[in-house]
Design a protein around this ligand. Structure first.
Ligand code: SAH
Length: 395
């Protein structure tokens, strides 16, 4: 076995690793044996030098992201088998070779025991995004394993880590094709079409994590007047249209998002006059919608990316939700979401509770929503459950 640098924990700090939690925080470290630079593989030992795990080292408050709790060689076969398992899971949930849906998440970081790695698949193109230097350094290995696992299904791979590596690492990633380059930029989700712009779009180009919630919107839309706030690519809008909505208004502060939304609606429902899109700020738009809508979707960007801004973020979410609850027509339905990892399910629900109280209306929870099966949550890593949503009924 390759000899790795070793990191020894303080006494008692092994407990979370014994419970398979995949992070080591900097405060838990007693000493480091050997030279260690960011991105190196490192063996983690307890205070009596017993083996605990192997992971990628990071400079930051999370100092190691664990790859395995077994003493094993981290070689090509290791990576390939992890990607193979990720593939098998997507197969088990019906996402591989599905004629209706060819956009899904193939690798979801810790949820696939591959911390620091995200791979989204769009009709033949894999968009690979690295969040740690350790993963970035083995990009070639990952791509090779990916091409072997996916076979003919894979036409091209776009590497997109320019904005996702920790800036302190001083590693300059360049977004580029690393395999193939000609690819189909229209993908399918539940039979609906959408353009994906992985080169310029946010994240990997499309939010595949809302697939099932979008599908649910379709069932709630018949005859309703719908506001899709924070529409980005317009996903919720074209599902609502297929569900028989009377009117669908899509709003986003970004002109580009409005352009993408209009294009996607046109792809599915050419010339359909039920849809209008507006480039406007959410808070401003929500100021004047009294009784205009009876189905509202609120899917804002993550207001909190770090623990220290949670309080402000919750205030922002509350203000947003209160405005929608206040003004929705009686008998209206709101789909409200938060994708901030640092805000828990309980905090989210409490926020909606106080927004309802502030709006002084009777509100009931109809459904509780989360991320779909291609974003699995490692049961030992509850932080992986980042997407939270509620469907509420406003009397
Ligand atoms: N609902 C989308 C994803 C939303 S991403 C989907 O299903 O794919 C968040 C979007 O919010 C981005 O497109 C961003 O441009 C938009 N946004 C951010 N701040 C905003 C604001 N203050 N008002 C309106 N839109 C905003």
């Amino acid at each position: 076995m390759a000899k790795l640098p070793k990191l020894v924990l303080k006494p008692g700090k092994e407990h979370s690793l014994n419970r398979y939690h995949p992070w080591v925080f900097s405060g838990a470290i007693k000493k480091i044996k050997g030279d260690l630079i960011e991105g190196d593989l490192v063996e983690v030992l307890d205070s009596h030098d017993n083996f605990l795990a192997i992971g990628h080292s990071i400079i930051g408050s999370i100092s190691v992201r664990i790859l395995t709790f077994t003493q094993e060689e981290i070689d090509y076969e290791f990576w390939k088998s992890r990607i193979q398992k990720a593939f098998e899971l997507r197969k088990a949930v019906g996402l591989i070779d599905n004629p209706e849906t060819n956009a899904f998440r193939l690798v979801h970081g810790e949820g696939d025991y591959l911390p620091g790695l995200i791979i989204d698949f769009y009709n033949g193109t894999a968009v690979v995004q690295m969040h740690t230097v350790g993963m970035y350094r083995i990009e070639e290995t990952i791509i090779k394993a990916l091409t072997e696992v996916m076979g003919d299904r894979l036409k091209s791979v776009f590497s997109k880590s320019e904005g996702t590596l920790p800036y302190k690492a001083h590693v300059t990633a360049v977004n580029r094709y690393v395999f193939g380059n000609k690819s189909e930029k229209v993908a399918l989700e539940n039979g609906l079409k959408f353009h994906v712009d992985w080169e310029k779009g946010q994240k990997t180009g499309f939010f595949v994590d809302q697939r099932e919630n979008r599908s649910l919107i379709e069932h709630y839309s018949k005859g309703r007047e719908v506001l899709n706030m924070f529409c980005y690519t317009g996903g919720f809008s074209f599902y609502a249209m297929r569900g028989g909505a009377k009117v669908v208004h899509s709003v986003d502060s970004s002109e580009r998002a409005i352009y993408i939304t209009n294009n996607n609606v046109e792809l599915n429902f050419p010339g359909d006059e039920r849809h209008q899109a507006y480039a406007e700020d959410a808070f401003k738009y929500l100021g004047g919608i009294k009784d205009k809508y009876d189905l509202i979707i609120l899917d804002p960007p993550a207001f909190a990316k770090h623990q220290n801004v949670v309080k402000n973020a919750i205030q922002g979410y509350r203000r947003l939700n209160a405005k929608a609850i206040e003004q929705i027509r009686s008998g209206g339905i709101i789909f409200t979401f938060s994708c901030s990892q640092v805000i828990s399910k309980e905090q989210f629900r409490t926020m909606v509770f106080s927004a309802a109280a502030r709006a002084n209306r009777k509100v009931r929870i109809l459904q509780q929503l989360t991320q779909p099966a291609d974003h699995p949550v490692d049961i030992y890593h509850p932080e992986g459950e980042y997407l939270k949503g509620l469907v509420i009924y406003v009397e």
